[in-house]
Design a protein around this ligand. Sequence first.
Ligand code: PLP
Length: 418
Amino acid sequence: MTHVFHRHLRRTPPRAVSANGVYIEDADGRRYLDASGGAAVSSLGHGHPDVLAAMQAQMGQLAYAHTSFFTTDVAERLADELIRTAPQGMSHAYLVSGGSEAIEAALKMARQYFVELGQPERTHFIARRQSYHGNTLGALAVGGNAWRREPFAPLLMPATHVAPCYPYREQRPDESPEQYGQRLASELEAAIVAQGPGRVIAFIAETVGGATAGVLTPVPGYFKAVRSVCDRHGVLLILDEVMCGMGRTGSLYACEQEGISPDLVTVAKGLGGGYQPVGAVLAGKHIVEAMSRGSGFFQHGHTYLGHPVACAAALAVQRVIHRDGLLGKVRDDGHRFGEWLREALGEHPHVGDIRGRGFFWGIELVADRASKRPFDPALAVNARLKGDAMQRGLLCYPFGGTVDGLHGDHVLLAPPFV
Ligand code: PLP
């Protein structure tokens, strides 16, 4: 009998009791290799002594102070560190408790920016199919996953969804990757134009598509073309790096590899590496300046903004990543990891595609390789795979089913950087 409102109401998952390094142990003494870092969260593995010490010290000194009364040293230091290492143009970090919260804040910041600029008629967001931005209502509205949206659809703000960058299924045989990226950017431009001049607030996209996409890496030039389209129409670019950011792809931000900088970028999972619920929105200088020149107040907030213990955990995680040279390790080992996956699974009759960067890999499963025909969703391949892997002591993160007309079962591997 359980009184926890578990997501699956008819079954209770095994009870995790301890974790160390890359392993989690359950109440029956079974040990699991955490090959997906939970949901691409755990960057340093479990029980890292530096993080524990930093959290303990912060708890002893100051566990909580509401941000309407105080700032704290630790929040200031974390924001300094985030801005020091941020994509070009970022000037302030808004510190929250997780990914969905970061997305809600970014959407509202983007909207308020235009209100402050005297452009209140900008009311519309454009996002991508097969994306995931979180489960709160704003994040769900921009998320491109009909299955998650469906029961709540009447409650969601309207948003336009354009094609994701999904070369395995959607790049035409007569197109180069660059031409494909250009075609997608043109589709975005058409969607902006269709809304009418000055109506779109922002385009939001995961730099590398994660949970609902099975690790969709952008083709070369795609994000440069997207950035130009946004600039041409005065539309903000919000990059969601909640899953792919903070080193997961081998650079601190995945957008560094695309040679562009967004107006707003969200991070969460790898920021605190699972030690505390923590996320952030990094805001471009122009956004912060417009808001401080205008009302001088962001009309948004939560009780646990900038929570000192969460900030201490995040700061410690980020310091270990830099001190121990883990970005280089993710790049080098990640490359080998990809080669190894291709060697081990590349010829498997039900593996359609293996794609990724750094320690962020997706394996797309198909019923038939030649036609790329997906499995019948009724077979629930992903759920069975997750269960079988757990039986064998492996944690991987599968997703399946129909996503806005795109099918596919995939498995996500995102091991701790250590
Ligand atoms: N954005 C992306 C890209 C995500 O992968 C997720 C979670 O998987 C979220 C946002 C939502 O984050 P959270 O689950 O912390 O609310």
